[in-house]
Design a binder for this molecule. Structure first.
Ligand code: SF4
Length: 693
């Protein structure tokens, strides 16, 4: 068999690699390694038998009720057959079991081999001399077969997103792994392709495979960050309230995040703990379930104690607060460092009960947990949602009340909703979001706690002249920054002898300096010098420069921003490809910052870069962030821009923010499908910052 590219040239791949986000970050996840290919040009004589053997090496099929450790098989045309007999796994590990997805669309002309190759190409990139190649057709003895890329707006069909906790075998939705361990959905799709070609019988009785389990759990221990959240996040599969604004209710059915019906099973939790090896940076493959309430699972204290014996890394929890009884807080104080974000929302008990559908005794616990956290010196942030359910006067009262307890920040979330959200949210987003920003700005004058409006890009890009300026949102109480007299609204323009010009450069400079450092700031049009003492001993609630994934050097809180590393990345990509006309994909929210950034930091190439604004068509509603754009959304924006300009670029630059380590988007599509579909170099940008473009 022969592979061809779109120009009809023969391709002779010499290696393959699992598709990942990008070659720079891939090694950190154990990805990106190329594996030599031998025998790709040979089609095995017993293709079906060899495929089945390969599948049975990693999986055991299951019918509706039991795993088929032993069975006989024959192809439907009776041409070949055999049997298998595998010993059951006696390790005591949890059996990870998955359903078979619906079969891919049938096309009478397409052979099993062609369909299998299309499935495999969703998982691997083929390489010639280390360079990615894009096969577009397969030539075999039976004919010429174009290799299709599934329409980019269509996720792969993967059965149900919600687990069926009542079935005889409690199978996990494939959606739990389609972003994080794409090999498992590939095995599932292969089973769905192969099963109709086989007749399987057990003890002489015909049986249909309906799912499969992973044969050996140990095969699925993979490189990891080593952060304990890889285990304890699984405790957050369900919630004990139902907030009217909860974004989880608006998740589409094709989102590559599974929805649970019950808490994690004890044996799954035990298995995940057993394989969690932070020293070796390895853990069981991760799975994505909707993140609900961490503390609702009664096993939490016991699990955190076990995890603390293996790692000293901080535990971070987001909670609605109602499971945080004094006893639980006391137990968590024993496993410090622990950090909380408490979704308080309001201090008005009846209002909270109504909007969050919470039982009254739980509300009491939720509103008193902040005192308990303070008593045990566990740092916490407070989260509020500025939905019309909580009027600004109520949020003002809430901020005044919680500020007395020294949270290290207060997060005000602009209300967001998707097209599928069940509660009507009929407000004008810009009017409401704008009024929230103006209110938040005024509240910053009244409290010593930093008030962060999320998404911060909305405020930074639409309320100030320079979207890249190092504007101070606030300072963490107890930090050196709080002691030095920085105020909300100050713009830092000098750090010691350094003269950084963007927010990201200021943050990097602050991370470098030590001792007594002069900060030059602009305040109300005046220039002013302050002295920052980085050696000042931290006092509660400041604990250091990181709060989860947020960087707050010496307690200075600014919005995340595009970094100078990204500028180097863009210039490099343009020069590598020799591009004369590139498209840079961005969101409407980030367009002002993206323009300013390119003009200021990539000035040499600014003339050859055109901006393409992607919209969140997949999620709909009022979502407008690039991190939540799918491959389909980006593709649609590229098509629109091509129609509008009548031009086609020679390079497409796409922000990396919406793609995980495996390069998968919200629905599990790999970004490389854009390159396969457009046949133009597509490059991912922004490995250094969290929010880009
Ligand atoms: S507490 Fe959080 S997870 Fe639970 S319903 Fe409310 S928003 Fe959703």
């Amino acid at each position: 068999m022969t592979l061809q590219d779109s120009r009809g040239e023969t391709l002779q791949p010499s290696a393959y690699r699992l598709r990942c986000r990008d070659p720079h970050s891939a090694p950190a996840y154990g990805l990106g390694e190329s594996v030599p290919l031998t025998g790709l040009h040979r089609v095995p004589e017993d293709l079906i038998g060899e495929s089945l053997t390969a599948l049975l090496d990693l999986t055991i099929p299951e019918n509706a009720k039991v795993p088929l450790f032993a069975a006989e098989w024959v192809t439907v045309d009776g041409a070949t057959g055999g049997s298998w007999d595998h010993a059951p796994d006696l390790s005591g590990d949890f059996a990870f079991s998955y359903p078979l997805p619906p079969a891919e669309e049938k096309d009478g002309q397409r052979s099993y081999l062609v369909s299998l190759l299309e499935i495999v190409l969703d998982e691997v990139d083929l390489l010639v001399d280390g360079e990615f190649v894009n096969p577009s057709a397969l030539l075999t003895g039976s004919g010429y077969f174009p290799l299709r890329v599934r329409p980019l707006a269509q996720p792969h069909p993967l059965a149900e997103r919600t687990e069926n906790a009542k079935a005889a075998i409690r199978r996990q939705p494939l959606f739990s792994v389609s972003q994080t361990e794409p090999t498992i959905p590939i095995l599932a799709r292969h089973w769905s392709l192969l099963a109709p070609l086989l007749r399987i019988s057990k003890n002489g009785e015909h049986t249909e495979p309906e799912g499969f389990r992973l044969r050996r759990t140990g095969d699925w221990v993979v490189p990891s960050h080593g952060h304990p959240s890889e285990v304890y996040e699984h405790l957050a599969r369900v919630c004990n309230v139902a907030c009217s604004f909860c974004y989880l209710f608006g998740n589409p059915d094709t989102l590559a995040i599974a929805r649970a019906k019950k808490s994690i099973a004890r044996d799954e939790l035990d298995t995940r703990i057993a394989y969690y090896r932070p020293q070796e940076r390895r853990a069981l493959f991760s799975a994505q379930w909707e993140l609900n309430e961490f503390l609702v699972d009664p096993r939490l204290p016991e699990v955190m104690k076990t995890l603390r014996e293996t790692t000293d890394r901080p535990f971070f929890f987001t909670t609605n607060g109602n499971p945080l009884t004094p006893r639980i807080v006391e137990q968590l104080a024993e496993v410090k460092p622990v950090h909380f974000v408490v979704s308080t929302n309001t201090v008005d008990e009846p209002l909270r009960q109504e909007v969050m559908k919470e039982r009254p005794n739980r509300t009491w616990t939720a509103l008193h947990c902040l005192q308990e956290l303070r008593k045990h010196e566990i740092p916490f942030g407070v989260s509020l949602v500025a939905t019309p359910d909580f009027p600004l006067e109520d949020l003002t009262r809430t901020i005044e009340t919680v500020s007395e307890l020294d949270p290290n920040f207060i997060r005000v979330n602009e209300p967001g909703f998707t097209r599928d959200h069940p509660s009507p949210m009929d407000f004008d987003t810009d009017i409401l979001w704008g009024s929230v920003i103006e209110w938040a700005q005024s509240m910053r004058e009244k409290t010593h706690v930093p008030i962060i409006a999320i998404p911060s890009a909305y405020e930074e890009n639409f309320f100030y002249d320079d979207p890249l300026a190092a504007r101070v949102i606030g300072t963490i109480p107890g930090s050196p920054a709080a002691a030095c007299g920085l105020r909300p609204g100050d713009v830092i323009v000098g750090v010691g002898y350094l003269r950084p010009t963007t927010r990201s450069e200021v943050v990097s400079s602050l991370m470098l300096v030590k001792g007594l450092v002069k900060l030059r700031i602009r305040r109300a049009g005046q220039s002013l010098d302050l002295t920052l003492d980085t050696e000042l001993p931290p006092t509660y609630p400041y604990t250091g420069p990181y709060i989860g994934k947020y960087l707050v050097p010496h307690g200075v809180v600014t919005a995340p921003s595009i970094s100078s590393g990204d500028a180097r990345g863009i210039a490099q990509q343009i020069e590598d490809v020799g591009s004369r006309y590139s498209w840079l994909v961005t969101s409407s929210l980030m367009l002002p910052a993206a323009r300013a950034f390119i003009e200021r930091s990539v000035a040499d190439h600014a003339d050859c870069i055109d901006f393409v604004v992607a919209t969140n068509d997949y999620l709909g509603g009022n979502i407008r962030v690039m991190d939540m754009c799918t491959v389909g959304d980006i593709h649609a924006a590229l098509v629109r821009h091509q129609e509008k300009t009548g031009r086609t670029p020679d390079l497409i630059l796409v922000p990396a923010t919406g793609f995980n380590a495996h390069g998968r988007d919200l629905v599990g599509r790999h970004w490389g499908d854009l390159e396969r579909a457009w046949n133009i170099p597509v490059r991912l940008l922004g490995h250094t910052t969290q929010f880009v473009f």
